[in-house]
Structures are given as C-alpha cells and as structure tokens.
Design a protein around this ligand. Structure first.
Ligand SMILES: [Zn+2]
Length: 277
C-alpha cells in the first residue's frame, strides 16, 4: 500500500485542495491512503470520503496543531486544541488522552531540534522522515533522527496545492483496511515499510499558500510571512546556484533484504538509496 500521510484541504485557510484533486493525483501516483490533517481543525471530510471511497482510496483524518515550539500532528483526532498557544508537550498529552497517534512533522524545519530530542522524540509514534517542503538535507537529517531513535517512519507531501499531492509517499507490505489508530500503528510499523520516496515541491508553493491565506483571511501576519518566505526562497535559490546544487531533488529509498530483528531494521545499511537525482 502506498500512502501520502500529510495533506491539507480547502477547509484549511491556506490550502485549495479539493476531493477531485486528491482522487486525480492518487490515481496518477498509485496511492491508496491519504491522511488529511488541516491546521487546528478537523472537518468531517464527508465529501472527500465519498469521492475517494469510489476509487478505493482510504482517508485518515487528523489535525496539525500549531504549538509554541512548532507543529505536531494528531492522527484520528477530532478535538480542537484545548487552548491557544499551547506548548508542544501539552498537545502531545492531549493527543494521548484522546487515543490519537502522534506524528512529528518536518522535524528539522521550524522546530528546535534540542527541545525535540530532550522532550519530544520519546513520546511520538511516528517521525515524518520525508516532507516535500523540506530541503534535501533537512529530509536526510530527519531520516537520521528517526533511525537513531528507532522511531516508526511516515512520509507526507504537506500538500496545500493539487500539484503537491503524492510528492512524498511511504510504501508498505500488503493492503489493510484501516479502521482505527491501532490498525494504523500496526500497518505502518517499520517492520512493514518497504520504501520511502520524496520529490521536492516547487520552491514557491509554500510562499503561494501563505499569500493565499493572507488574501483569504485579510491577515497582515500571513502577508508578512509570505514576504519573508519569498525572501528566504530567493536566498536559497541564489545559494544553491552558488553551490551548483539542483533546486529540485528526488529520493527513493528501499528497504532491502529481509530484516529479522529490530536492530537489523534500524541499521542504516539496510536502507539503500536506489535513485538520487
Ligand atoms: Zn502541514
């Protein structure tokens, strides 16, 4: 089964993705499960579920919570955050109390890595090792983080635009109907993962979604973020040109061999980078 575990929909203030977009892109990329995780809200996704189920695409719902220390995802969560400006550790406890699963998204981007290692990493169920809006180096660092702390791994495009859906995927053995958090935890256990893939979303996608949010909400804060992101993207593009590196990347990693022990699985040598351009 192939899954994209981090997608935002038009119900988020900064995304324009429709059910038709999900169906079209999932069929194109052979994806049969997606996690819809809008910012701080969880709509019932009825239209998404109805459209996607016709094509055998499973929808898992969740929320990407904004906290003082960065974003954290709760899968199988419907509950809004208990208060604004919570600390990440409070939201993690809140997700556990509500029997959700915790995914640490884009751990290297907009997170304090010292805080993550000291307080957070032991409590999360999954680390998002590849996120299409992270740079190549940020993704490799996220993968190393998950391997060093022996965490289960997910990949997510963090799509806010249709062209981003399916840009990061995780492949697993077999195909299960996932009805609850226990099923999800079992199916996406590292023992079942066969491949991790990621291609970069066009650099300006993130800037565009901030601009979109700014216009939609009449929010000076988002317009300001859009300006900052545009400046960051331009700086990155200049830096990459200077270093001679490509702006875009594609990473495909397969789990090779048949690991028999936990140590086998987390030994880096079992992962082989099969294509890197
Ligand atoms: Zn996100």
């Amino acid at each position: 089964m192939r899954a994209d575990c981090h997608i935002h929909t038009y119900t988020s203030f900064d995304s324009a993705i429709t059910p038709q977009d999900i169906v079209r892109r999932c069929r194109l990329r052979n994806i049969s499960l997606v996690c819809l995780v809008d910012h701080n809200i969880c709509p019932n996704y009825i239209v998404f579920k109805r459209k996607c189920s016709k094509y055998g695409i499973q929808i898992i719902h969740g929320i990407e919570y904004k906290t003082k220390e960065g974003d954290i995802i709760g899968l199988f969560m419907n509950e809004k955050p208990p208060k604004k400006n919570s600390r990440m550790i409070e939201i993690i406890e809140f997700i556990h109390e509500n029997s959700g699963l915790i995914v640490l998204p884009h751990p290297i981007k907009r997170h304090n890595i010292d805080y993550i290692i000291k307080e957070i990493i032991s409590r999360v169920d999954f680390v998002e090792v590849f996120n299409s809006r992270q740079t190549f180096m940020e993704n490799i660092a996220s993968l190393r983080l998950a391997l060093s702390y022996e965490k289960n791994m997910l990949c997510g495009s963090d799509a806010h635009w249709s062209w981003e859906v399916g840009n990061a995927t995780v492949d697993t053995k077999g195909f299960d109907l996932i009805v609850d958090a226990d099923d999800f935890l079992e199916h996406f256990n590292i023992r079942n993962v066969t491949a991790l893939s990621c291609r970069t979303s066009a650099r300006l996608s993130e800037w565009l979604s901030q601009l979109f949010a700014g216009i939609r909400l009449f929010s000076p804060e988002h317009i300001r973020n859009a300006v900052l992101m545009l400046m960051r993207d331009v700086r990155l593009i200049i830096k990459e040109m200077y270093l001679g590196a490509f702006l875009s990347y594609e990473i495909n990693i397969s789990l090779i061999g048949t690991p028999t022990t936990k140590e086998d699985i987390f030994n880096n040598y079992n992962f082989m980078c099969s294509d890197l351009t």
